[in-house]
Design a protein around this ligand. Structure first.
Ligand code: ZN
Length: 164
């Protein structure tokens, strides 16, 4: 059976739901599976590398990430176990459209999470994946990267003009 795409509306900065703490997932119901599928569809459609459930208005501790476009990663109830190193670079967010800012993050992160069958697993990431893991997990506690931006939040359009 062919599955149809379902794109959900992405909540934007200023929407109070983005500042709320999401609840732990106890079981993956059919409804939760549908949410997860929709989150992947919504992330890919928006050309994002990650999306957290509160960004589509659902306060559940669910994150999807894909930093290469070929490695879909689902994290349920993710917890950061370890971090090391440091990276400083540009960061953006689907909930803060058209903006970009410099954020310092760990360069290595180890996370424990659960998959769709509620089996625990660990994932390690460096560079962009480490950044995405930190960014998305913070969404689950109601935090946006703009709180951590060093200097000014920049317009993506200004940035591309400068490069031309
Ligand atoms: Zn974000």
């Amino acid at each position: 059976m062919e599955k149809s795409m379902a794109i959900r509306n992405i909540r934007e900065i200023g929407d109070p739901i983005l500042n709320k703490v999401s609840k732990e997932v106890k079981e993956v119901s059919e409804r939760t599976k549908e949410l997860i599928d929709d989150m992947f569809d919504t992330m890919y459609e928006a050309d994002g590398v990650g999306l957290a459930a509160p960004q589509v208005g659902i306060l559940k501790r669910i994150v999807v990430i894909d930093v290469t476009g070929e490695d879909p990663l689902l994290l349920i109830n993710p917890v950061i176990l370890e971090t090391s190193g440091e990276q400083r670079g540009n960061e953006g967010c689907l909930s803060v459209p058209g903006k970009i800012g410099i954020v310092t993050r760990p360069n290595y992160v180890k996370v424990r999470a659960y998959n769709e069958k509620m089996e625990a697993f660990e994932v390690e990431g460096t560079e962009l994946l480490a950044r995405a893991l930190c960014h998305e997990i913070e969404h689950l506690d109601g935090h946006l990267y703009v709180e951590k931006v060093e200097g000014e939040l920049m317009n993506l359009s200004d940035l591309s003009e400068e490069e031309e």
